[in-house]
Ligand binder design. Sequence first.
Ligand SMILES: [Zn+2]
Length: 503
Amino acid sequence: MNQDTLDPRRPLIIRGGLVLDATGFLGASDILVRDGVIVAVGAAGMPAPDDAATIDASRRLLHPGLVNAHTHGHGNLSRSMGDRITLELLLASAPHTSPYQSVEEKRVSATIGAAEMLLKGCTACYDLFVEFPLPTEEGIAAVADAYAQAGMRAVIAPMMADMTLYEAIPGLMDALPPNLQQAVKPLGLPPWQQTLERMRAILRNWQADRAMVRPAVAPTIPLHCRDEFMIACRDLAAEFDVGIHTHLAESKVQAVVGARRYGRSLTAHIEHLGLLGPHFVAAHGVWLDQEDMRRIGAHGGSVAHNPASNMRLGSGVADALGMIEAGINLAIGTDAATCNDNLNMYQSLHFAAAASHARGPDTSRWLSAPQVFAAATIGGARALGFDRIGRIAPGYAADVVFLDLHAPTLIPLNEPTTQLVMGEDGTSVADVMVAGRFVVRGRRLLNIDLPALAARAASLRADMNARAAASRQRYDAVAPILNDFCPALARSEWHINRWCGCD
Ligand SMILES: [Zn+2]
């Protein structure tokens, strides 16, 4: 592997790059960095301290590291294990796609994600990692260490639930024949108090440097968590002053079941439980109506918009512009490699714009390229609770992506923001810097040995497949029933179609 030869004790001057920030295109600029933080951005040729190391960026377009506001580090060893699947099929497939047992499996899976995100211009992520049946301190510590070793920032929020899919969807268990009812019973989760105590220990004993990797709380899906559990998660997040993240109104099945169970929308219900606030992130929100959006916006909350997985799973097209108009902080996520297949934020930027176009020909209802770029940088930073990332400006961390202006997607450079959002695919990424240190240099990762990672991942995946054979068989038997039951349930409440504007 190459080495980052920069001396972290010396200031750094990045000279002559074309700087693209969400606040505008600055053109050729110099960036002075000290202790991993940008201290000045000025015209090309600006003075620098005598001991500053110089980086020539004269053939580079520089943008702030992208922020992936929603992914699942445990999904990287399960990449693309499912072709035509809905969210409910994805959830049912988890026991065989992600049958983790060892700490090494968790570390390797997280490392694959970090490698891909860094190579594709993303320097921070919100990772909803899951461990079954309970989160563990050693497992989450290994995930945190994987990000720290890669040199990437992350918020790690272990996903928690106290009800399975089969318990959360009324009537689903009864739709299964007795032998399959017996087969899914062992998937039952421990009482939520046990899970919460594990989460409390993770928060209390957190070892990683919080400037790089910090924890958060993720009751995974409101329908899969009893109200008392959701309230306890709220209180735990407040006690430790960390974020709270949940999958909200992702599929129509969730919207329908939520309305039936709570007598109001999922969002109205969790507002009633006191979960909404500035530290709250809702993933997806495909089935939010305007009142739901207003509720989240009024509390200063965020939505992690995952357009690629929303389309991949047939969940629908979220009204991202409506979210911005309702005062929601919009961020963008890739979601997991099980339901988006890559963790390429550039692709998710393109999908965010294109999905808004697909809603209809009224261009005034489309997300603009600057709105998408802002969501993927400033919006993501706010969603993660890292208030000093996401910009190339004094006082912000030196998390900078260097794009090669000789890459075909940037030839010629006409409209930098539009080209970045609509055209960039990651192939222009030459170098990536986090906190003033290179983590990708000359298109190669400096901290991760990809051939060794690939070999280890293949071996672990083979072990996992052998271990999960019975789970796979059970899924193959359940899937056709689930695939009839859930769409019928969604269709039964046809009027809810209005909620996502899918008219
Ligand atoms: Zn998710």
